[in-house]
Design a protein around this ligand. Structure first.
Ligand code: ADP
Ligand code: AMP
Length: 214
């Protein structure tokens, strides 16, 4: 099963992608997580990506595509994957379609998690991230057992640099201008499905499972 998660930053793509990956036994591939891991390790790619991410801008397509095409070579992608945060531009979507077509494949679903902009800033300011294992929490909606410590791996949680309100506003602008057009793109491909992302985490997941099948 090949799935794309669409939606504004903070809509809950990562939260749902992790649950999908667990249930359907496919890898969760987050370009944002891969960039953050590179930043943490101080790689050249990380240095380049950070300058864009900190401003709320997208990392150039060229860099992003190189990274994701490389990730697809990993044997764990043989049975599909859930993509979280990729594609984010029309050229990225076209590159993905072309890469899949080469093997006679297509994606199965592009799931649009719908959350209005008004809810996004609250979600992002309360988000806490584990840079070690990629887990995401929320101080109110998805709290950890011990404050500030990852339930999964015990690392200290951080407020992401790009989750500050002024950067979130920029990221929302970028989302509307560069990523939202993908909704049309996947509607035309007959792949788009929508879920109401304002419900609680479990209700959103139930809606997704209804679409994907139990
Ligand atoms: P995205 O991957 O789309 O940027 P996340 O999955 O990281 O979004 O979610 C953003 C924030 O909102 C996180 O702090 C997460 O815990 C919280 N969150 C996710 N889904 C919900 C939900 N259905 N209701 C309330 N909060 C949520
Ligand atoms: P995310 O973790 O998905 O919220 O992504 C965090 C940041 O990483 C984004 O604001 C972008 O700067 C960058 N990024 C992640 N995925 C992509 C992508 N597919 N294309 C360009 N930039 C990306």
């Amino acid at each position: 099963m090949k799935i794309i998660m669409l939606g504004a930053p903070g809509a809950g793509k990562g939260t749902q992608a992790k649950k999908i990956a667990d249930k359907y036994q496919i890898p969760h591939i987050s370009t944002g997580d891969i960039f953050r891991a590179n930043i943490k390790e101080g790689t050249e790619l990380g240095k380049k990506a950070k300058s864009y991410m900190d401003q709320g801008l997208l990392v150039p397509d060229e860099l992003t595509l190189e990274l994701i095409m490389d990730r697809f070579q990993n044997p764990d992608c043989a049975n599909g994957y859930v993509l979280d945060g990729f594609p984010r531009t029309i050229p990225q979507a076209e590159a993905l379609t072309a890469a899949l077509e080469k093997n006679g494949e297509t994606i199965d679903y592009a799931i649009n998690v719908e959350v209005p902009d008004e809810n996004i800033v609250t979600r992002m300011s309360g988000r806490r991230a584990c840079l070690a294992c990629g887990a995401t929490y929320h101080v109110v909606y998805a709290p950890t057992k011990t404050e500030g410590v990852c339930d999964r791996c015990g690392e200290k949680l951080v407020l992401r640099d790009d989750d500050k309100p002024e950067t979130v506003k920029k990221r929302l602008d970028v989302y509307h201008s560069q990523t939202q057009p993908l909704i049309d793109y996947y509607t035309k491909q007959g792949k788009l499905v929508e879920v109401d992302g304002t419900q609680n985490v479990d209700a959103v997941f139930d809606a997704i499972v209804k679409i994907l099948g139990a």
